[in-house]
Design a protein around this ligand. Sequence first.
Ligand code: HDE
Length: 697
Amino acid sequence: MPHKNSTQPHLRDGGEPHQQVGSKSSGSTEYLSTNQGIHVADNQNSLKSGERGPTLLEDFVLREKIFHFDHERIPERIVHARGSGAHGFFELYEAIPDITTASLFQRKGAKTPVFVRFSTVAGGAGSVDTPRDVRGFAVKFYTQQGNWDLVGNNIPVFFIQDAIKFPDLVHAVKMEADRGYPQAASAHDTFWDFASLLPETTHMLMWAMSDRTLPRSLRMMEGFGVHTFEFLNEKGVRTFVKFHWRPKLGLQSTVWDEALKLQAADNDYHRRDLRESIERGDFPEWELGLQLFDETLAAKLPYDVLDATKLIPEHVVPLKMVGRLVLDRNPDNFFAETEQVAFCPANIIPGIGFSNDPLLQGRLFSYLDTQKSRLGTANFHQLPINAPKCPVMNFQRDGHMQMMVPKGRANYEPNSLAENDEHAGPRECPVTGFVPARGNTGASETGEKMRTRSTLFADHYSQARQFWISQTPSEQAHIASSFVFELSKVQIQQVPVRMVSNLRNVDEDLAKRVAMGLGIDLPKKAVAARDPVEVEKSDALSIQKNMKPSLVGRVVGVLVDQKSDASVLKALRSQVETAGGRLYIVAPIVHGVKLSDGKAIKIDGQLAGSPSQLFDAIAIILEEDQARSLLHEGAAVQWVSDAYGHLKMIGYDADGQLLIAKAGLKEEDGVRPLGDDFATGASKRYWDREAMVRTLA
Ligand code: HDE
């Protein structure tokens, strides 16, 4: 007998209103339908001629289903393909109407809805979350005046100064053209060949080789608008502005070995962390800081504020904190929202303006263009995630996938249709409309046509040096070691040499350490296009100086097994939760574990699948027999030794100590019997320990 579908045919009342696919109206059952609204009687079997016969071409149910499936993928983003998004709001806590007319900055307490997408840059959409890479930090503000997109990164500077170099940069960093690898990694020939030939990349390379590119969580990284933008007030007076996002949880990164192992433990480490923290109600939060300055200050600086390879140190222009960004709602559908969201730096609103940064100017063209090829239609702005939340009215018409049904004949302007009592359509408005900064406010443009850069752009090393001298010794060692790691993967002989000769302009000690790590002679110093200037340290550039010793938003992994001491676990839980952290219980098996009190405990993860790199600190609570049997379990021993190697707090009870000994560890700072001070100890990393576990450059 052929298989019969159990769904009974449902006869529809002719007057029944049309329902959206997947919608549920109260009291009625949902029925599968085709995209034309025809109910599907059998979703298990295609239409055949006889029980064992060929499938019939007339089976429109099958053909439509397969046709739609065949086209489910759209071209991924050429860069920033892998991303994770969330909805939320921006809340203003200090109005700045004297500086900008932009609606979201007018009233203290005003809330503006946002959608944010974080991303890695180099890898494809299916790559992992934790490669060494810059992170995108793109915010779409749905303001009352239209959408404003602040499309930034987690690093305040960029690799190149002029948009014309962007395709070269991206070709060089993505997988190599002939072989199609490596995926999501800058550690290969073509990237370093390009970077070493272009000294303007040096400053960003310092950031890229630092732990900034290994964030612990998307919730623990900063964001930057990178370019200089403009604010315009009612009088048309402009103020330059740089945008900064500061994470409420403080900055935190992983160490390289940990990031590598995270790729094995969880490809979706950041995406999962973002989604689950929002689900739990631990809403990720950032403060918006502004660096505001004028033409006079810009003219005094030893670098050009239009150069995206430079930042303005915070001791020169401190941040003015004006509001907070809170992400409090997960997308309902990854594709419809996170994938289809289309950011465009050209989306600005009255009160905000572009500067002449030549990188920004190139971006103003690129993003609109890319959305058309990615989303396939000039009407991509009508997708729900991209549609402004204020009225949109104009005479643009038609195009692929037009969703609007405009009424009447008015599709041109001017028109006099109103005189005929016909709908005349919208009109321009010089009062509320977008007006760019004008010459009388310092924004006039004249000049010969030329392909050139302003002279200060040629200083490629001063700020790279400033970054280097602002780091802690441990951070410096990480930077030098990542140069060594990445350049060691390069097969073209002249490239590491050329890179080290550039680094001599940043710092002689750094260059020596990298040369020594690579086993090459220190090459001649590269000739700088412009002599570097003296720079001061800036603490804002260091992660370690800006970490918050805290367990808030952090996770403690606890290894338990049958008969583990329930009271020790209870005390630990209360201590960690009081400090704002969470426990994640790990055991060799996930069902049927009972603690010393005979009660079953819910296990969050099996030992083999929950390595300690997933946690910020670990604790071991074991009964003696179970502890002894785990001494022969590689995953348990590695759980401890990796936590040690990743500079984390390790706490243990009397029998858990057996595992500590097996891992070759003894009591020391950060490796201690469980006690009242565990939560405090777990709120930080043990940088001094690193010299014991690995050789750094
Ligand atoms: Fe992008 N960039 N970019 N970029 N970028 C894209 O737009 C481009 C640059 C950034 O989550 C693309 O929708 C050019 C700087 C983010 O959807 C594309 C230049 C900064 C995202 C594009 C730059 C960024 C993108 C690819 C040099 C930091 C992801 C798909 C002139 C301030 C946004 C897309 C998201 C995405 C072009 C340089 C950040 C191709 C031509 C500098 C966060 O249009």
